[in-house]
Structure formats: structure tokens, C-alpha cells
Design a protein around this ligand. Structure first.
Ligand SMILES: [Ca+2]
Ligand SMILES: [Ca+2]
Length: 287
């Protein structure tokens, strides 16, 4: 697949893998965590441990197959710099630590806390969380950009999903509206066993080792929402607007949406103050 051109995070030479996914030397990122284990420091250590390093490279962003929406066009080549992204969506366990430490009330959880992905968080809430995690770890966390997210979700694939185009396999890789729900637009091809959110990491990861990039909860991204990729930059920086914006990008679909919204190229958006039981986020940092 010529669309993915291997790059590297370090100065070491890199052998392109057979899938053309880049293989990079792991960079050691050491956190400075001041919270004790009892205070929840172990949760922060695990959060840092669960960051996955994504090597730099080029990819075709958008719907190369011509099966998607107008906002997934025009397809263009994007150069992505190396970055780290969390293996899992942010969980209630992590978000509850933040709210306790910052003396805020716990947010609602309809389907349990712990390893369930946090929902009912606005884009501003997600930004406040990354700012807090950055202070508590000494690592400059942020939300992923839309280009970074799609590059990470594809993990070398130009297909609808990281594993191909067969929607009957989607239930192995992600939690969408499926046969286990009564939602009208459900994926009738298979049963993923979860009618609402599922604990993070319940399904198979993609080839980068990332979980729930297809489905479970939508993920807030840093970019302002644009209706198309016309005039979009050829690098992976988040797209902003001169006068700011109130609509931000979301990706990945969710337990409430079908297999189409779970495609790697599918784009969603939301008002930055809106909260939903279908929307959470994951975090990233530069390398
Ligand atoms: Ca489901
Ligand atoms: Ca997700």
C-alpha cells in the first residue's frame, strides 16, 4: 500500500513493515507524579503507561473508497508527526480522580464507573482534564487532532475499518449499535454483546494496539469543525479558525450509532459545551 510511507520518531534507520506501517524505537517518557498511590498516583502512572507511540508517516486522509459523506472529501495526503495517543478512551476511574482532586462533584454515570469510558463531558471538560493531567504528570497532554486520530485509527489501512471492510467483523473490534440493541440503525450483521457503553478494551485492538477506535464512545478532538477538507493543511496540526469556533470535531462513532459512523474516515461534530451519553475522549501528547 503506497499510501502509507514509513517514517521514524528517532534518528535510527527504520525498516518498513510488510504492512508499510512504520516501526519506531520507543521513546521513554518519564512522568513526575506527585500524588501518592493512596491519593490515586497509581491511576496516573497507569494512564502514562497506557500511552501508545505512533510513528510519523504520510497517509491518505478521507474516504478513498468513495462510500462516505461529502465532508470526508477531498482526500489528500497528510504528513503526521510522531505522537503518543492513549490506548483506551478516558475512563470514569481517571476522570473521577480529576474531579475529586479538583473538588468538583462526580459527574453522572448511567452504566457504572471504573473502566467504563467517561461520558457526559463537554469539549471544555476534556480540555480541563488534559490540563490537570499535564500538571499532575509533567507531560504536556492535549487532545489528538483530527488528522492524528484518523491516522491512528487506520493503523495502515485505507479500508472502512482498520481490519478491512467486512462489517460482520465489526463486532470483534468495536461496540456499535448492533443486534443486542433495539435502535433502528443498528448493525444487523453481528452481536457485540453491549447495548450501551462497554468497559474500555473489551474488543480487539487495531494494528497500533489502540482499542475502541471504532465505536464505544465518540471522541472529542482539538480541531474546529470544517465542512470539508478543501484548503486543509497537509500536516497533522489541528485546524483552527481565525475568530475561534464553538463546534469541534468528534470521531469514531459510538454504541448508539451504526457501522457507518464507526468507519475510520467518518466525521462527527458537536457544540463545545454539549454533553452526551455517547461522547467521551482520549488523550495525546507530542514526542
Ligand atoms: Ca453494541
Ligand atoms: Ca471510541
Amino acid at each position: 500500500m503506497a499510501a502509507f510511507i514509513a517514517g521514524c520518531v528517532s534518528q535510527q534507520p527504520v525498516e518498513p513493515a510488510e504492512t508499510d506501517r512504520a516501526v519506531a524505537e520507543k521513546i521513554v517518557v518519564k512522568p513526575k507524579i506527585r500524588l501518592s498511590k493512596e491519593e490515586g498516583g497509581d491511576i496516573l502512572h497507569q494512564l502514562v503507561e497506557d500511552m501508545v507511540q505512533i510513528p510519523s508517516g504520510k497517509f491518505l486522509m478521507g474516504d478513498s473508497l468513495g462510500v462516505g459523506e461529502n465532508d470526508e472529501q477531498p482526500v489528500r495526503e497528510v504528513l503526521v508527526g510522531a505522537f503518543s495517543i492513549s490506548k483506551f478512551e478516558v475512563t470514569y476511574e481517571q476522570y473521577d480522580l480529576y474531579t475529586r482532586q479538583t473538588k468538583q462533584p462526580l459527574i453522572k454515570a448511567r452504566w457504572g464507573r471504573g473502566k467504563q469510558p467517561v461520558v457526559n463531558v463537554s469539549w471544555h471538560d476534556a480540555q480541563a482534564f488534559v490540563a490537570w493531567v499535564s500538571r499532575e504528570t509533567g507531560i504536556n497532554f492535549r487532545l489528538p487532532s483530527e488528522a492524528e486520530w484518523e491516522y491512528a485509527a487506520r493503523a495502515g489501512s485505507l479500508d472502512n475499518y482498520s481490519f478491512g471492510n467486512d462489517a460482520t467483523k465489526l463486532c470483534e473490534f468495536g461496540n456499535v449499535a448492533d443486534r443486542s440493541t433495539t435502535i433502528g440503525w443498528r448493525n444487523r450483521n453481528c452481536n457485540d454483546g453491549h447495548a450501551t457503553t462497554s468497559p474500555v478494551g473489551s474488543f480487539k485492538p487495531n494494528d497500533y494496539g489502540l482499542y475502541d477506535m471504532h465505536g464505544n464512545v465518540w471522541e472529542w478532538l482539538s480541531d474546529c469543525w470544517y465542512l470539508s477538507y478543501r484548503d486543509a493543511p497537509a500536516d497533522s496540526r489541528p485546524r483552527e479558525k481565525e475568530n475561534g469556533c464553538s463546534i469541534r470535531s468528534q470521531r469514531g462513532g459510538s454504541w448508539f450509532y451504526g457501522n457507518d459512523e464507526a468507519r475510520s474516515a467518518y466525521r462527527g461534530s458537536g457544540n463545545d459545551t454539549s454533553k452526551s451519553v455517547t461522547v467521551g475522549f482520549r488523550i495525546a501528547h507530542d514526542l
